[in-house]
Design a protein around this ligand. Structure first.
Ligand code: KIV
Length: 282
């Protein structure tokens, strides 16, 4: 990326200053063409490990690898010029030790050109967040419903349903932000807890299913576009229904091919000859 391109991008520092101000707009992106379409409208393009479920058809985000995140992260950086691009560290690429986290986060930054990484977890990840930030890796935290912990959380269900769970998630939010995270995704928590977290931390909170109390919002783009139809979480508003449009386009194309209506004359390469072939010298 050139220095000029870097200068135009929203930075993690700018995002930090947006606490309590205009809501931060964030969407997921996994490819260059989608990044290009979303880029003028958002502050953040998040290359989420949700791509494991949305693009690759896995049941959870656990099988996503660092190489997948790097390939998709680099594509999103290439497809955008304005938004701050943040790439998820996938499961098992950072939980072992701060050193493992640094090694892998450094690869993500160097090989994609993104601005920051996001990692899931609370109190137990605070040491790692501090280690990364001290070594030049901007970190976005992610607390509440943390999909990489689906097996220990007992499923994808909203969190903060009782006082004990709420206090523990609030402690997670405080620990991660005290460790130096520049922003915090708060996923799938009860509204009063989202309010309490947003009031307690000094960096912007970005909600996914955590109400309007947060400093910004993120959605999975395929959910918003109606492209991921396996299930629609309660917190998603669909702004388009592209799924049926894709089905209709594919069915119409298939009919056209089967009835030799496609390609038409306008799609065919023809040699333009000035001299009729019959008059050409042998
Ligand atoms: O993986 C992802 O897309 C995410 C967002 C939904 C916050 O983490």
């Amino acid at each position: 990326m050139s220095a000029t391109a870097l200068a135009k991008r929203t930075t993690t520092t700018t995002l930090s200053t947006r606490k309590g101000g205009d809501p931060i707009v964030c969407l997921t992106a996994y490819s260059a063409p989608i990044a290009k379409l979303l880029d003028p409208h958002v502050d953040v393009l998040l290359v989420g490990d949700s791509l494991g479920m949305v693009l690759y058809g896995f049941d959870s985000t656990l099988p996503v690898t660092l190489d997948m995140m790097i390939a998709h992260g680099a594509a999103v950086v290439r497809g955008s010029t304005h938004a701050c691009v943040i790439v998820d560290l996938p499961f098992a690429s950072y939980q072992e030790s701060p050193q493992q986290a640094f090694r892998n986060a450094a690869r993500v930054l160097a090989e994609t050109g993104c601005a920051a990484v996001k990692l899931e977890g609370g109190v137990e990840m605070a040491e790692t967040v501090a280690y990364l930030v001290a070594r030049g890796v901007p970190v976005m935290g992610h607390v509440g419903l943390t999909p990489q912990s689906v097996n220990t959380l007992g499923g994808f269900r909203a969190r903060g349903r009782n006082a004990e769970e709420s206090e523990s998630i609030l402690a997670d939010a405080k620990a991660i932000t005290a460790a130096g995270a520049f922003a915090l995704v708060v996923e799938g928590v009860m509204e009063p807890l989202a309010e309490a977290i947003t009031a307690a931390v000094t960096v912007p909170t970005i909600s996914i299913g955590a109400s309007v109390a947060c400093d910004g919002q993120v959605l999975v783009t395929d959910d918003l576009l109606g492209l991921f139809a396996d299930f629609t979480p309660k917190f998603v508003r669909r702004y388009a229904e592209l799924g049926p449009m894709v089905t209709h386009a594919a069915a119409t194309y298939a009919e056209d091919v089967r009835h030799r209506r496609f390609p038409g004359p306008e799609h065919v390469f023809r040699v333009k000859r000035k001299t009729p072939p019959s008059e050409m010298a042998p």
